[in-house]
Design a protein around this ligand. Sequence first.
Ligand SMILES: C[S@@+](CC[C@H](N)C(=O)[O-])C[C@H]1O[C@@H](n2cnc3c(N)ncnc32)[C@H](O)[C@@H]1O
Length: 270
Amino acid sequence: MTEQEILDKISHYKFYHIIQLTDTIATPGNPIYVPAQNLCLQMMEKLDLRDKRVLDVGCRDGLFSFKAESLGAREVIGIDNDLSAPATEFLIPFFNSAVKMVQINLYDMTAARFGLFDIVLFPGVLYHLRYPFWGLKILRDLIKPGGDLIIETAVWRGESRNAFLFCPVGDESPYEPSSCTFFNEKGLRDTLASLGFATYAVEYIPEKGGWRRMRKQWLRQIKTCLSGNRPPIRHVARAVLHCTYRGLDRNSRYISYWEGEHTIHSTIGG
Ligand SMILES: C[S@@+](CC[C@H](N)C(=O)[O-])C[C@H]1O[C@@H](n2cnc3c(N)ncnc32)[C@H](O)[C@@H]1O
């Protein structure tokens, strides 16, 4: 394909990801998302993906799926509940890629249909989930014990000592209304731990503005409190987490209580 043919072809599509096609041409995706994507790409490079089965959840145009393939993954499946035509019609054939993309909602995924994965990539989706605990539980059910989960998400920075989930609706979201789930770091780490994940690394995108921005936020918060209004708790930062699934203690009374049937009330009483 000549450069002109590539340019003609990509002009028919709307891209989300910026993906390098040749030395001089990249897909015209949105540059706003690049810092968060780079954080996730860097975390992927620290893993050994050779010969692994990889699942890319919310794969969009396939930036992370193609990266996983280039890092030696044996099989890569990308899923999205709004599959990208630019990826399936243009990028997969262009790269002669073996990435398989499937349109499905995360909540409908089962190990019976897709098998178990060594590595699950979960960038830019958690904060869009209305049912986040169930979404993470589904991911857990798709990962082999010892497997890795890479989460890139927006983390609520309003309070750090307790485990919190900030779950705004409508225009109270710090982003837009489909973005409704913002754990603080402790909330996310603890939730993952209760699902059998150990979190090894959490890395944030350095925030611009530093002290000056924080001071401005504190002043705004104090002003709002003094005026009797609800304090603004919209401050979120992008972070990537590397977790490993340690396997589930199926005998845990809490797992039985939350996910199955149990005898706590009938045997212990109360
Ligand atoms: C913000 S984009 C992130 C794309 C890519 N993962 C990245 O980080 O650059 C979120 C993507 O996840 C998809 N998505 C959101 N909720 C989903 C769900 N419950 N199941 C499957 N895909 C979902 C959206 O359609 C969209 O393509």
